[in-house]
Design a protein around this ligand. Structure first.
Ligand SMILES: O=C(CO)COP(=O)(O)O
Length: 254
């Protein structure tokens, strides 16, 4: 049985006071980490403070991106060793917004996955198709390509501990959610691909999230599906009450 994982992606929202207030309000209300992994992926400048607030609670903190090099002349970037030095647990890699607006390539994402692993940071690897690709019947080909590239060169033992987030781009921030059946179908397809590349154990243990307009109203149906192990959530992770409802739903599903 895979433990559900709900990760909030705050993107470039909240000022410092709002971020602190949120974390202080939720930290003692997080369901047990035995039942659900509860993560907030915040803007980089808030990470040390949020890690402090979350210490000795069941809330885990993640970054939204990082470079693959540990140090160097890369103005404006944050490195894996820097994130590890402040005890960040997770990092979102290859989000469609990074691929689209910051020209992130599959090769760079693959290097970032390796860098995250070598620092004990769990990568949440994003994949997903555009509306055009969906309408052209290319969803499966797109996610297989992205997942295969991101996982190239790793061992089954490493892949097991990773998280993949299937986020159809047309469902992000649009209020349009993939039906639970469609989302489950694609997540199942991703699992099958992992199985072909890394074997049965990796396929069985890797956690696959759905992302794209996930809300308290649709989380239960999504999580009831065989291949959906959690959610990567934008908008609905910004409010304390809706974030906690998502966690509650996942802990009851566990
Ligand atoms: O991009 C997303 C999470 O990474 C999804 O965002 P929304 O939940 O706001 O659609």
């Amino acid at each position: 049985m895979r433990k559900p994982i709900i990760a909030g992606n705050w993107k470039m929202y909240k000022n410092f006071d709002e971020a602190v207030e949120f974390a202080e309000e939720v930290r003692d209300k997080i369901p047990s980490a035995d039942k659900v992994d509860s993560v907030i992926c915040a803007p980089a400048i808030y990470l040390p403070t949020l890690v402090d607030i979350a210490t000795e609670t069941d809330l885990a903190i993640g970054a939204q991106n990082m470079h693959y090099e540990n140090e160097g002349a890369f103005t404006g970037e944050v490195s894996p060793s820097q994130l590890a030095s402040i005890y960040v647990d997770y990092v979102i890699l290859g989000h469609s917004e990074r691929r689209e607006y910051f020209n992130e390539t599959d090769e760079a994402i693959n290097k970032k996955v390796g860098a995250a692993l070598s620092h004990g940071i769990v990568p949440i690897i994003c994949c997903g198709e555009t509306l055009e690709e969906k309408e052209a019947g290319k969803t499966e080909a797109k996610v297989v390509y992205q997942v295969t590239k991101a996982l190239e060169g790793f061992k089954s033992e490493e892949v097991k501990h990773m998280v993949i987030a299937y986020e159809p781009i047309w469902a992000i921030g649009t209020g349009k959610t993939a039906t639970a059946e469609d989302a489950n179908h694609v997540c199942g397809f991703i699992r099958k691909t992992v199985g072909q590349l890394f074997g049965h154990d990796a396929a069985n243990e890797i956690r696959i999230q759905y992302g794209g307009s996930v809300k308290p109203e649709n989380i239960e149906e999504l999580l009831s599906k065989e291949h959906i192990d959690g959610a990567l959530v934008g908008g609905a992770s910004l409010e304390v009450s809706s974030y906690l409802k998502l966690l509650e739903a996942a802990s009851q599903n566990a």
